[in-house]
Design a protein around this ligand. Sequence first.
Ligand SMILES: Cc1cc2nc3c(=O)[nH]c(=O)nc-3n(C[C@H](O)[C@H](O)[C@H](O)COP(=O)(O)OP(=O)(O)OC[C@H]3O[C@@H](n4cnc5c(N)ncnc54)[C@H](O)[C@@H]3O)c2cc1C
Length: 499
Amino acid sequence: MEKDHCISRLVFLKGASFAAFAGVAGRAVAADNGGVDAAQTGEAQLSQRPWLSTDVLVVGGGPAGVCAAIAAARNGAKVLVVEQSGMLGGMATQGLVGPFMTCYDKAGEKMIIRGLFEEIVDRLVARGGALHPKGVFGNGPYSAWIPKGHDHVTPFDPEELKVLLDEMCAEAGVKVLLHTTFVEPVVKDGRAAGARLFGKGGYRCVAAKIVVDATGDGDYAFRAGVPCVLGDGNGRLMPATMFFRVCNVDSEKLIADIEANKHTFHKKDGVSYRGFHWYVTKAIEAGEWDLPRRCLNMYRGVGPDVWLVNNGRIPGVDATDSESLSRAEVEGRRQTKVMMDFLRKYVPGCREAILMCTGSTVGIRETRHVSGEAMLKVDDVMNGVVPEDSVFLAANSVDVHGGKNNPMVSSYKTINANWYGVSYRCLVAKGVENLLLAGRCLSGEPAAAGAVRVMPPCMAMGQAAGTAAALCVKTGSTPRTLDAASLVKTLKAQGAFLG
Ligand SMILES: Cc1cc2nc3c(=O)[nH]c(=O)nc-3n(C[C@H](O)[C@H](O)[C@H](O)COP(=O)(O)OP(=O)(O)OC[C@H]3O[C@@H](n4cnc5c(N)ncnc54)[C@H](O)[C@@H]3O)c2cc1C
């Protein structure tokens, strides 16, 4: 278990009644006595009135958080989503991560992650911002020629996604606060009751009936005292990767090169030798490649000459620590330069390639796994267990990067059954009432989380958590006491596929 030094910093609102919010986000700071001085915590805040009151507070606006917010609002709740960056979408936009991994069953016959995810895909496709997964297959350019588990991925344009998510939140009536960082939970009598935030206006205290932790890192849950495991529990975390996008690629040449050589793709001692390993070997010999990879994988993007590179590996990064995260950003950019120089020098299809952009944040695969009322087990994922209170189904493989002592190693296990289910109780935080989890920080064994950490399952989790939050508000239940059958019924009625 991660050492919890934050419990002493819990903010208890003993008996403080939250006055209904009467202002708007744009109020002058001087007139806003809800703003909290940096030095004030605990007792000092008791007399403060919240700056905002909401039914549902979603912390983090990534794939999980944005779906939680939209789902909660569509189900009648007043919703506030707070996001530390300047955009919604998390890794999909800031991190430039793509494509959306598969949303189909293992047989590749049926789209099983539907609901809000499907709506987002359809709306992107309609505006030219994505290719529908039904026509995208593994072992081809859109899946970096990876055959296993890579049928029916969804290539998308992150710029279109940014705008679409803004639109969908506005349509649903979600209040979005960007450039606003969650700092501290407000916990009253063991119940999540709001949060202390920091943004350009300083510190702010927000009251909420239900909180959804969609920070990826489980920041809210951790600071509220919910037990968490960092990485595999023994200090090992999956490596980080700086994603980048390249344009002006001669796609025909690049594809021909890979097609002519893909019969040489192999894995040896857990290390992959895939895209361009034949050039990487030469670059290593010339002292022009010092990355912990033996290949360079490129995914075709939306647009004739646009490709995504998901290839660098930065081991030993703890993204819950700013110093470690800062090192990762710098190393990620350095690795990008090495790869761009390599592409231009060695890969005929990339002689004129241009670096479009690196992620505005380095890609983080793993941090905390938060404890919930239930825990997703890797055996259940592998063997296709579908609990009665499943809130989504998925067939994503167990994808764990980085071996014990070797960042080059990875393990990718496709599941034995056609799909598995994830219990609602994996989204209900343990020990603190009124707190739901969505996305990468769900309650799961590290390897099981390694399967559902990809974006389509995270969006399905978000939809489930947001719908649950709204039902709690409507019925006066807590997430723990909510009737899971009514949640499942609502999700089905709203487009989720649950078998
Ligand atoms: C290198 C890499 C490659 C990947 N490849 C793929 C792929 O090909 N396909 C796929 O589907 N998935 C892929 N994934 C997985 C996927 O991108 C993430 O696991 C997924 O985005 C997790 O969604 P999330 O909403 O839980 O978290 P995130 O996407 O991390 O979103 C969390 C959001 O919360 C915000 N936040 C965090 N802390 C705070 C705070 N304290 N206050 C306010 N806001 C906060 C963040 O800014 C962010 O916007 C990859 C991941 C990585 C890192």
